[in-house]
Design a protein around this ligand. Structure first.
Ligand code: ADP
Ligand code: MG
Ligand code: ZN
Length: 616
């Protein structure tokens, strides 16, 4: 649309220029332009006749021989357009000349005063400005409409529903997210044949939320689900709802669901839902704002929607924590599919997907590329491949070589480092020891949950690595020793950093917070401190609007508060010492397996068990 507008504007300008040039050309061909002094000479010598005297100009006929006289008068002066013999009329700008009429009469020249032709005047004085104004106004309105907003654009909001009959994207195009794909298979099965699915009694999720860092392929995955199921894909982006008039967003949502119903089976996809589904708070200005109305409409539509119609609602976000809880309730987006950063193998597969589109040299090893790009997501890898191809073209090669890839990675990494999304090798090493600290302490302590996975692939915004533990059974009660062991595992990361590098880093912040919370709960709530005895100091207090009132009186003395603090400190200090001791005893293991982790990025629980058993 934007393109068309500027195109027609250019058209108009060109036409205008052509017209002016043509007019000038023809005028100068037929009418001689002369100066007033020349006019006076011609008058005296009677080389002009039949004058038309207007308000500002005088026009008239040239008598034979006038052109030669003019040429003689001008001599070598070429400032005015040449007067050729075939010019029969002339034109001169009028000057203050009181005796003109007398002179004309004396010389017997026919003359006539003329009023400026009125239609031309009228045209010039107001039709043209009005036309120009109307044109400009229309042009501006169009521009405003394109940019969204604008008072005239209420009906045509920026939040567009994109309908794709066939996305032509399949799981082949999405790599390194097998777990997510596995979870979505059921949805595809359902969309392919909604009736059959129902007779079998399968329970179909209504809303699926794709959660993961930016660029991991959430949008791509949603389109792939539609492609795999061969159903229509209706998408809308949450960020388009920002800056809109009240009511428009809600209308758009209603529209979306109405369209979906007609097109079923299909997928509704709401990209970047966090822009719209932010937790509703009490608005500081008061009243209901646009986003809130839109969100409410979305919830209403979702509730009133019957899955049996064969419509699946998908949404994507990279900030699930800020979403309104109402969105996550059963019957809404209750199924969450994590689309995480790819590991080594995943990155290799993503490279394979994107490399299909270019010609590569024989020396390119995908595995090496994957190992050179820790922390990168699918979008970064697509970027690397693109950049490498550009570099190769610039050098005039017809295939992309390993060297081009290496240079491209360097460039992309430099860009990402600015956004602090890629970790330096030194930091990676620290993260590996930190995570192995958690994992080793967990494997040594009898009451800790077994380790399911250790990873140094960054996760979310803050965590640089993670150690995943899995309780072997559902737990409602935890004993004191279990709590103690859990706390020791939490502090294992900090202990490992101190042991290996001599000091801890800021990476242990979250661990410390959790351990402190746990220690505080043990002392204050569960009565697990010997010194304070079996007393709970953590009675539920009345809360106002779910916000703890500040400055509420404690129901214990300052002295007790001090004692609680001391006990928490003591407990944490003892636990950290315990973790440190475990790691010191197993230092060889720690170093050996941390090296392996650095290389592989992920160690699964079974592998870890085998690795530990190896030495013992
Ligand atoms: P998100 O929605 O999670 O931010 P996108 O789906 O928009 O990420 O991904 C942007 C681009 O990056 C995709 O179009 C694709 O080219 C590439 N990409 C991202 N993830 C993957 C992946 N897992 N496999 C292949 N390509 C990917
Ligand atoms: Mg996206
Ligand atoms: Zn940690």
């Amino acid at each position: 649309m934007e393109k068309k507008v500027s195109f027609s504007l250019a058209y108009f300008l060109i036409a205008f220029l052509v017209l002016i040039t043509l007019q000038n050309y023809f005028l100068s061909r037929t009418i001689a332009q002369i100066s007033y002094s020349e006019f006076k000479v011609l008058l005296k010598e009677r080389l002009i006749n039949d004058l038309e005297i207007r308000q500002d100009t005088i026009e008239g006929k040239l008598v034979k021989g006038a052109d030669e006289r003019i040429a003689a008068l001008r001599g070598s002066d070429t400032r005015q357009p040449k007067v050729s013999p075939d010019m029969k009329t002339f034109f001169v700008v009028r000057m203050e000349d009181g005796d003109l009429v007398k002179e004309l009469t004396a010389n017997g020249i026919r003359f006539n005063a003329l009023q400026e032709s009125t239609w031309f005047r009228t045209l010039l004085s107001w039709v043209v400005p009005v036309l120009l104004f109307v044109g400009l106004w229309g042009f501006l309105m169009k521009r405003m409409g394109a940019a969204g907003g604008g008072l005239m654009a209420v009906g045509k909001s920026k939040a567009k529903i994109y309908v794709e009959g066939e996305t032509k994207v399949t799981f082949e195009d999405v790599a390194g997210v097998e777990e997510a794909e596995e979870e979505l298979k059921e949805v595809i099965e359902f969309l392919r044949n909604p009736q059959k699915f129902q007779t079998l009694g399968g329970k179909i999720p209504k809303g699926i939320l794709l959660v993961g860092p930016p660029g991991t392929g959430k949008t791509l995955l949603a389109r792939a689900v539609a492609g795999e199921a061969k159903v229509a894909f209706l998408s809308i982006s949450g960020s388009d709802f920002v800056e809109m008039f009240v009511g428009v967003g809600a209308a758009r949502v209603r529209d979306l669901f109405a369209q979906a119903e007609k097109m079923a089976p299909c997928i509704i996809f709401i990209d970047e839902i966090d822009a719209l589904g932010r937790a509703r708070g009490i608005s500081p200005i008061g009243g209901v704002d646009e986003k809130e109305q839109t969100l409410t409409q979305l919830l209403t539509e979702m509730d009133g929607f019957d899955t049996k119609k064969g419509v699946i609602i998908m949404a994507a976000t990279n900030r699930p924590e800020i979403l309104d809880q109402a969105l996550l309730r059963p019957g809404r987006f209750d199924r969450h599919v994590v689309v995480d950063r790819p590991d080594l193998k995943g990155r290799e597969e993503i490279f394979a997907v994107h490399i299909k589109k270019i010609k590569i040299a024989g020396d390119v090893v995908l595995k090496t590329l994957a190992s050179l790009t820790p922390g990168m997501v699918g979008a970064d890898i697509a970027n690397v491949v693109n950049e490498a191809a550009l570099l190769a073209v610039r050098k005039g090669k017809d295939v992309v070589e390993m060297k081009d890839f290496e240079d491209a990675i360097e460039r992309v990494v430099a860009g990402l480092e600015k956004k602090s999304r890629v970790i330096s090798p030194k930091e990676r090493e620290r993260v590996a020891y930190h995570e192995m600290g958690h994992a080793l302490v967990a494997s040594v302590l009898p009451n800790a949950d077994p380790v399911r996975r250790v990873s140094i692939i960054p996760r979310g915004v803050a965590a640089l690595g993670y150690t995943l533990q899995l309780p072997t059974e559902d737990r409602f009660l935890l004993t004191r020793s279990e709590l103690l062991d859990r706390m020791a595992v939490m502090l294992g990361g900090k202990a490992a950093e101190e042991l290996i590098f001599g000091e801890a880093s800021t990476g242990a912040k979250n661990d410390l917070e959790r351990a402190t919370d746990m220690a505080t709960a043990m002392i204050k709530a569960y009565g697990m401190s010997e010194k304070l005895g079996p007393v709970s100091y953590d009675k539920a207090r009345p809360r106002f609007l779910d916000v703890q009132m500040a400055g509420q009186p404690k129901d214990y003395s300052e002295h007790t508060a001090q004692e609680i603090d001391d006990e928490v400190h003591q407990l944490l200090r003892d636990t950290l010492r315990k973790s440190s001791e475990i790691l010191r005893e197993n230092r060889a293991q720690l170093e050996r397996i941390a090296r392996i982790l650095l290389e592989r990025e992920v160690i699964e629980g079974d592998e870890l068990k085998a690795l530990i058993a190896e030495r013992q």
